[in-house]
Design a binder for this molecule. Structure first.
Ligand code: G6P
Length: 368
């Protein structure tokens, strides 16, 4: 069936607004909300007996894996090695049969991701694939498929596939944590509780911040360079923000781990450099605030994406502060994806680019 845009100007906009549904369908596939457990879907990968996980993917799917790494390490104490697929496959890294590998791909056809999968398979690793297109090569060649239930994604810039990939990683990290006895039953049920709230929170954030983000995007579209900063999973979202902005608005954007600011990018800060700081009031907040201070002291224009607690705790002068609701740290990356996507989307609309088909880019990259 032909997918239509409905009342939306672009597929990308439609897909951004479909995220509550995509996330909720994906979580419902993995989680038993009544029993408050994750269904045992990982075989033949045995999270209890492996001592490492390798992850490879490209583009936005890689960034989902980057957050997945944080969760596997934090909640399941499982060491993760992650790389961009086009680098991963040539690294000749040591592999043992006590490891498994995970590949993430919306299309299931990305050439470098597929080549990385085959490389791990030849080395005897059990292969899991997080894919959105179930009838794809990557899905066929994996030992176990972890579907994202995002529905067809048409816009070249990935949105609902990304947050659905995060929902799969959240589920698998809980599953691995249980298998490895690193999460208590109580923690598991709290995390599942947080996950059940995520679609509703994402839905309300989408509507609440849209006008502010549209106005901010008008401002952002006047600049030629933008810097994104964050720590922890917010560093990954900074990378996702910079990727989205450059691919659809053609504004040059770079992401840095906030702590790395003083090792280079701080030299770029002046009144012509907007700096987007992503910082919920979490374990990293105070450190990120001192980085933000360094930007402010040099006249950088700050767009501060935080939560209510973060907005209350900061008295710094910003160009704009976007305050999301306070949410459980576990689901924060799902919620903070929304302002990152909307900012790129509306900026591209102001720039008048072809949002769904940006120049030089393809939805699925089958060349190496
Ligand atoms: C292309 C798309 C991106 C996507 C990447 C990986 O570059 O434009 O949106 O993230 O490929 O694609 P995959 O289908 O493997 O997720």
């Amino acid at each position: 069936a032909q997918v239509e845009k409905g009342n939306h100007r672009h597929f990308m906009e439609k897909e951004i607004y479909e995220q509550p549904e995509a996330i909720s369908h994906t979580f419902a596939h993995y989680m038993d909300f009544v029993a408050k457990t994750v269904r045992p879907v990982a075989q033949p990968i045995d999270f209890a007996s492996i001592d490492g996980l390798k992850i490879a993917a490209c583009g936005t799917a890689f960034l989902a894996g980057h957050i997945g790494k944080t969760w596997f390490e934090r909640y399941a104490r499982l060491p993760v090695e992650i790389d961009i697929a086009s680098e991963f496959r040539y690294r000749e890294m040591p592999m043992t049969d006590r490891e498994a590998a995970l590949f993430i791909s919306q299309s299931g056809e990305t050439a470098d991701t597929l080549a990385s999968l085959r490389y791990c398979k030849e080395n005897g690793l059990k292969i899991g694939a997080i894919v959105n297109v179930q009838e794809s090569t990557i899905a066929r060649e994996a030992d176990v498929v972890f579907p994202t239930l995002a529905g067809p994604e048409i816009g070249v810039a990935s949105t609902k596939a990304f947050t659905s990939q995060l929902a799969v990683f959240a589920s698998l990290a809980i599953l691995a944590g249980r298998a490895r006895n690193t999460l208590t039953l109580e923690q598991e049920s709290e995390m599942i509780q947080a996950a059940t709230h995520a679609p509703r929170i994402v839905g309300s954030v989408l509507h609440a911040i849209q006008p502010q983000l549209e106005e901010l995007s008008r401002e952002l579209s006047k600049y030629h360079n933008v810097l994104y900063l964050g720590r922890g999973t917010s560093y990954t979202l900074a990378m996702e923000g910079a990727l989205k902005l450059k691919e659809i608005s053609y504004i040059h954007a770079e992401a840095y781990a906030a702590g790395e600011l003083k090792h280079g990018p701080i030299a770029l800060i002046d009144e012509n450099m907007p700096v987007i700081v992503i910082a919920p009031h979490d374990r990293h907040f105070d450190k990120t605030m001192s980085n933000m201070q360094e930007v402010a002291a040099r006249g950088g224009k700050i767009i501060f994406i935080t939560d209510e607690a973060g907005a209350a705790a900061s008295s710094m002068k910003t160009l704009s502060t976007v305050a999301l609701p306070n949410v459980d740290e576990f689901i924060a990356p799902l919620v903070f994806s929304i302002p990152v996507q909307l900012l790129a989307y509306h900026t591209a609309v102001f720039m008048g680019t072809d949002v769904d088909q940006p120049r030089n880019l393809a939805k699925s990259v089958t060349v190496e």
